[in-house]
Design a protein around this ligand. Structure first.
Ligand SMILES: [Zn+2]
Length: 95
């Protein structure tokens, strides 16, 4: 995509999540963060009112899942956006 921008002069817009439910960068996101000319954050709010920068994957009972494949096709209903403090509490079992 950088080649398209630089060599063809075509603007490219990309959207995506920065980190997975384990707090790790997606490989594609890491490359985008490294090469992007400009970044804009789409704000999401945690239940506490702070900016949500993290996401948990939860099971049917609402408990945070901490292991599994980085990408799970479908199942968007099992993801919840949280601030880092509440993400840590959820994945550490305190919340
Ligand atoms: Zn929060």
């Amino acid at each position: 995509m950088a080649t398209v921008v630089d060599d063809l002069g075509v603007p490219v817009l990309c959207y995506g999540l920065r980190v997975d439910f384990q707090g790790h960068l997606f490989p594609g996101s890491a490359t985008l963060l490294a090469l992007a000319d400009e970044m804009r954050e789409v704000r999401t709010i945690c239940h506490c009112g702070k900016k949500a920068t993290m996401v948990i994957r939860q099971d049917a009972t609402g408990r945070a899942i901490t292991k599994g494949d980085q990408v799970q096709i479908g199942g968007n209903e099992s993801y919840v956006s949280l601030c880092r403090r509440h993400w840590r509490a959820a994945v550490e079992g305190d919340g």
